[in-house]
Design a protein around this ligand. Structure first.
Ligand code: AMP
Length: 309
């Protein structure tokens, strides 16, 4: 078991009402890898500039991430600055400096081509398709996208959807993609184009799983202190896809449990800036949070059943 993840490896600048951080580790592949590797080995393919502090990424190796697919190109690394207001669900991108990411052409090392699970982070759908041409026969393919590609590369995105099993998007992206304000209809529209499973993330309000025969909802974990929401979506994906790779399970129940792992790892990510909270997280901390999700959501159908035990 192992997951191949292709995505951005970034240096983030983040401002929230509670503080700010500059030049910290970020990018979809980094958040995904940090979260998924708490459950299963991961292999990252991405690009960094010659200015990237690679030594800071090394903690991922101790956690079971293979970094040998990260190539260094001459030039500056991808940098991104985001700002949050008190409503931490709202984020403004202040600037994006693509640097070497502008010419990123994923090259999957031979040793990674047999990956059982593939996660295509948010990059140009043409590049996501190109990654699928380079892998042999993955059992599970999941992908992410964003408004920029939904608008600008719709055809390639629809071609990609035919080949993926799971699409993870936020609610606005699902509506935009399906051109339908109703989330249930939007998810069914997406499923008709390929993915059997559609995960719609709703920030602190949780996430909805649309399966072939069912709909399942997981809440966001209630935290007293949300420090930095950056990377919540990718960490959710890391927990979700990581669980499926780890267990190999593919039933409706497995996907429901995967949703809880996604929400749990997303909740850890937002407790500190960057990937700080995901570094060295102990398995029992993850398991405790999973159990709390169960306690928060289980209820008895009958009044008597609860009273009589
Ligand atoms: P999330 O909060 O899960 O949506 O992910 C935030 C991460 O995405 C940050 O660490 C950014 O470095 C990265 N990011 C922001 N914009 C882009 C982009 N256009 N392409 C790839 N990664 C991006």
């Amino acid at each position: 078991m192992s997951i191949l993840v292709v995505g951005s490896v970034a240096l983030d600048h983040v401002e929230t009402p509670f503080g700010s951080a500059e030049e910290v580790l970020g990018g979809s592949a980094v958040f995904f890898g940090a979260a998924a590797s708490l459950l299963t080995p991961a292999q990252i393919v991405g690009v960094i500039g010659s200015d990237y502090p690679m030594e800071k990424l090394r903690f991922l190796e101790q956690q079971g991430v293979d970094l040998s697919g990260i190539e260094t190109a001459e030039g500056e690394s991808f940098r991104w600055k985001g700002r949050y207001s008190y409503d931490l669900n709202e984020r403004d991108t202040i600037w994006t400096q693509l640097g070497v990411f502008a010419h990123f052409r994923p090259r999957i090392p031979d040793a990674f081509r047999d990956a059982r699970t593939v996660f295509l982070g948010n990059i140009d759908p043409r590049l996501q398709l190109d990654v699928l041409e380079q892998v042999r026969s993955p059992e599970l393919i999941a992908c992410d996208t964003m408004n920029f590609w939904i608008d600008g590369s719709r055809e390639a995105l629809l071609e990609l959807l035919e080949r993926v099993h799971i699409l993870l998007v936020n609610d606005a992206e699902a509506r935009q993609l399906a051109d339908d304000p109703n989330l249930l209809r939007a998810a069914r529209w997406i499923q008709a184009r390929g993915p059997r499973w559609v995960v719609v993330k709703k920030g602190e309000h949780g996430a909805i799983l649309f399966g072939p025969d069912s709909v399942f909802f997981v809440p966001g974990y209630p935290l007293e202190q949300v420090f930095d929401p950056t990377g919540a979506g990718d960490s959710f994906a890391g927990g979700f896809v990581g669980y499926l790779d780890w267990t190999g399970g593919r039933t409706d129940d497995d996907f429901r449990r995967a949703m809880v792992y996604g929400s749990a790892l997303g909740s850890f990510a937002v407790e500190a800036f960057s990937v700080d909270r995901l570094i060295g997280l102990e398995p029992n901390e993850v398991q405790d949070r999973i159990r709390q999700f169960r306690e928060m959501t289980v209820f008895e159908l009958e009044v008597g059943a609860a009273r009589d035990g």
